[in-house]
Design a protein. Structure first.
Lengths: 433, 415
């Protein structure tokens, strides 16, 4: 049987210029959120970062969402402040090609233009970010497979489809092979939209017809909407509209979603805040249940709910995290379990182990992932056939070095390694060989 | 009246000379700050981003800095180029616009029976002529003020060329001219921004060296010896500066030209002496050796800083910190010692007026405190004008004095 190329399905190549000036507000600290630009200036200095990383290492045992968010940001700064996007890709490529010279790296672009509702002075536009990504594709057509970040606040309906055609239906030729510039769609709902937003309906239809896979961020931790008008994005009344085709499953999911919104309002977790304190509210955007209306309407659409829900949603860590304990009272089911149930029911639903891979040396996490892999779907096939390998480079840099993550998955998931790194990505991407 | 010996003019020359020497230190520190914070490169980048920002299309500044020609100018990932020539700017911008036409080919997606994707590329050839590519590249963009500007450059170059097809060198010349005009404005913005930085450094130097302008002025007015020595130093310095008037803004040249005359009758005023200077120099060298940045510019800065600190120590003017000198003497509670120091200074200077003034200043009073604050503020603002400004003023004052000197012959005839 032909061995498909080794693939890392989940990496990022954007640099700090793509992020809004107030980006630091993703950190759960009141002090930082009040003065994000000033703190960013300080953190942009390398020696200051080194000192902070040193102290962060001391507090490493304290495993919670806040620390992970902080680690991610420091990792982001380390790589993203000093490099252009091509350089970021090449860092990852250097590691990947040691495993396979024909390594395929999926680079997920993110439209951060709507992450904040105040104007950013130093942020480049999303179209400019994409132009630099196209250059990487031109230089590494066999190795780099970028996904197009979409946001319904940027373009919607047919406008969005026409705009995205410029990236999916334009391309280049190398050694007789033709490559479109972009190979799939990236959603990052935590930046302030719901995946079931009807403004994305036309794009999903286009993606289903053209077999464009979608990767979407599904964890409670990560970058999120940092603006001050969260109630406009999650209105209490009227509730956010859905592209639902009104079947029973979709309706049930939407009822749960609306009840959850009400519960969050009751708990006062959805409140407009000048400093962008939207930590809990943004979980509503990332929730796995939001994808049920889409999967019901577009059954052939391939969607990957990334990160398996996140380490804290694979094994319940709420005993160590007061915030998580509060959330569990409203939303008790672990996201990983929800994803598993959904994958059993929907044959084109995928997940990946990006970022979560850094916790594979935790026995409980490893056992839960293996149990997940061995679960059988309705056709009797193991879910391992729809789990993809990814690292979330360069967000993971403060957790473990990229090569360590590769080796960790090779050792800890040895029985599944070829499946998740080679066979499944080929099935997901369906790129010519 | 002999204008050259006018006391006010001599006072001004002495004070300006002190400012000139101290502002060398301010200029060097500001340059070092700029170098460490990489502000020149960042400012140039921000200006080019602003220049090439096209909200209806893309941030061409970002694409400009991503271009291999520009990114290749970086000596390290975080070190931006300080200078970009107009020729390079024009060539890179034309290339970016023209490449848009080349990398815009349509792809048709075909799904085979097994569900695998196959792609077919539009094979329409794109002209290899750079001007035609530039026009095609412009056509792919949304109409915007930026595209209108580039189109006008292209149209002008077509009108100016004989074949009416546009001329690469003429298009380049128009873009170069646009860049140069813009950079003239950028220089102005940079200077304005630098003035704020000079003000901060001016105050840091004024406070850290305890430079009270009102106190300096008073001591100069009471101590003729000191005043004459500083005027002599100023005159020699101006003579040295005249050797090359084109180098007036070069800090190295200003440092070389500055001469400090010494005299046996000097009173030891300064609380900032050669021992303090040596301490600071040791500290700088220690910092330098622990620094990972070991380039030529940093080394030059350190050398200049060394010389400037030595020069300030040699000035021997009433500056610097000591427990026996105001304002530290106000809180040290050592009035007796302060008075003894004041007395020794006054006795050495053979000027009885000085003892009363020094004793009075070194004792606490609200009046002294406010005068001190005012003196420091004047020093901070004055030093922020930078070394070239003060050396220029110094030259003018010395020239005024020389033009007012009565020739020796005239002096004797009058007497």
């Amino acid at each position: 049987m032909k061995q498909y190329p080794f693939s890392n399905i989940h990496t990022h190549v954007f640099n700090s210029e793509c992020a809004p000036d107030n980006f630091l507000r993703i950190l759960p600290s009141k002090f930082v959120r009040r003065r994000p630009k000033l703190i960013k200036r300080v953190l942009d200095t390398k020696w200051v970062r080194n000192v902070i990383v040193f102290f962060a290492q001391i507090g490493r045992k304290k495993d919670n969402n806040k620390r992970k968010a902080f680690d991610k940001y420091i990792g982001f700064l380390e790589v993203a402040t000093q490099r252009k996007q091509l350089d970021v890709f090449e860092l990852e490529f250097e590691v990947g090609k040691q495993f396979d010279s024909g390594v395929r790296i999926v680079g997920l672009t993110m439209n951060m233009d709507f992450m904040d509702n105040s104007a950013s002075k130093f942020q480049i536009s999303f179209d400019s970010q994409l132009e630099a990504v196209k250059d990487i594709k031109r230089y590494y057509p066999n190795n780099f497979f970028p996904f197009l970040g979409v946001d319904p606040r940027h373009k919607s309906g047919t406008d969005l489809v026409n705009w995205s055609k410029d990236y999916f239906e334009r391309g280049l030729e190398k050694d007789g092979m033709v490559f479109p510039y972009f190979s799939g769609i990236k959603l990052y709902p935590a930046l302030g939209f719901f995946a079931f937003d009807p403004r994305l309906d036309d794009l999903y239809a286009y993606a289903e017809i053209n077999q464009l896979p979608i990767i979407t961020h599904v964890t409670r931790v990560g970058s999120q909407y940092i603006g001050s008008k969260i109630t406009e994005l999650i209105p209490k009344e009227p509730k956010p509209k859905s592209l639902s085709n009104k079947n029973a499953e979709s309706e049930k999911a939407m009822t749960d979603i609306y009840e959850r919104i009400d519960a969050y309002y009751d708990k006062k977790w959805i409140v407009d805040d000048k400093t962008g304190n939207n930590d809990k509210a943004c979980d509503l955007f990332s929730h796995p249940q939001n994808y049920i209306p889409i999967l019901e309407k577009y059954p052939k659409l391939k969607i990957c709910l990334a990160h398996m829900g996140g380490s804290n949603e694979i094994v319940d860590n709420s005993s160590k995290d007061a915030d998580l304990r509060k959330i569990r009272r409203v939303d008790p089911e672990l996201w990983c379990n929800r994803i598993r149930e959904m994958m059993v029911n929907y044959p084109n639903l995928y997940t990946d182990i990006s970022y979560t891979v850094s916790d594979l040396d935790n026995k409980k996490v490893k056992a839960a992932i293996i149990a997940f892999m061995n679960t059988l779907d309705k056709q009797g096939k193991p879910l391992a056939k729809r789990v993809l390998f990814g690292t979330d480079f360069f967000m993971t840099e403060q957790e473990k070095r990229e090569s360590e993550l590769f080796k960790l998955s090779q050792i800890e998931l040895s029985a599944f390694h070829d499946t998740i790194t080679r066979d499944n990505p080929q099935e997901f991407l369906r790129q010519p060989l | 009246m002999n204008f050259a010996d006018n006391n006010i003019l001599l006072l001004l020359i002495s004070l300006v000379f002190i400012y000139a020497v101290l502002s060398i230190l301010v200029s060097i520190l500001t340059e070092a700050w700029n170098h460490r914070s990489k502000i020149r490169g960042i400012f140039l980048k921000d200006s080019i981003y602003k220049m090439l920002k096209d909200p209806l299309n893309k941030d061409y500044g970002y694409l400009f800095y991503n271009h291999i020609t520009i990114s290749g100018l970086k000596s390290a990932p975080d070190k931006l180029p300080h200078y970009i020539s107009s020729r390079m700017f024009a060539e890179v911008l034309i290339d970016i616009i023209a490449q848009q036409a080349v990398h815009n080919r349509k792809v048709q997606v075909i799904l085979d029976e097994t569900g695998n994707k196959q792609y077919q590329l539009d094979t329409t050839e794109v002209s290899s002529d750079i001007i035609k590519r530039f026009q095609l590249g412009l056509n792919t963009m949304n109409t915007s003020p930026f595209t209108d500007l580039l189109q006008s450059f292209l149209d002008k170059s077509k009108n100016e060329s004989s074949e009416n097809e546009g001329d690469y060198s003429k298009l380049k010349a128009h873009i170069e001219q646009w860049f140069n005009d813009y950079m003239d404005r950028v220089s102005g913005w940079y200077k304005t921004k630098q003035q704020r930085k000079f003000l901060v450094v001016g105050f840091v130097v004024a406070i850290s060296l305890n430079v009270d302008s009102l106190h300096l002025l008073k001591v100069l007015s009471l101590d003729d010896n000191l005043k004459d020595r500083l005027v002599a130093s100023a005159e020699q310095t101006v003579d040295n500066l005249k050797k090359d008037s084109t180098m007036r803004s070069d800090l190295g040249f200003l440092l070389q030209s500055t001469t400090i005359v010494k005299s046996k009758d000097d009173v030891n005023y300064t609380a900032f002496d050669s021992i303090d200077a040596a301490k600071i120099q040791r500290m700088i060298h220690k910092l330098d050796s622990s620094s990972r940045i070991k380039n030529g510019i940093a080394k030059k800065e350190i050398r200049q800083l060394d010389s400037a600190i030595n020069m300030v120590a040699e000035l021997n003017v009433p500056i610097g910190w000591s427990r026996t000198v105001a304002p530290a003497s106000w809180w040290s509670g050592n009035d007796k010692q302060a008075k003894e120091v004041s007395f020794s200074i006054a006795q050495n200077s053979k000027n009885p007026g000085l003892i009363d003034y020094m004793a009075h200043r070194n004792s606490w009073s609200w009046g002294n405190f406010f005068k001190y604050l005012l003196g420091i503020a004047i020093s901070g603002v004055s030093l922020s004008f930078g070394a070239p400004f003060w050396f220029d003023i110094l030259t003018k004052f010395v020239n005024v004095r020389r033009s007012g000197k009565i020739p020796e012959g005239d002096k004797s005839s009058k007497s």
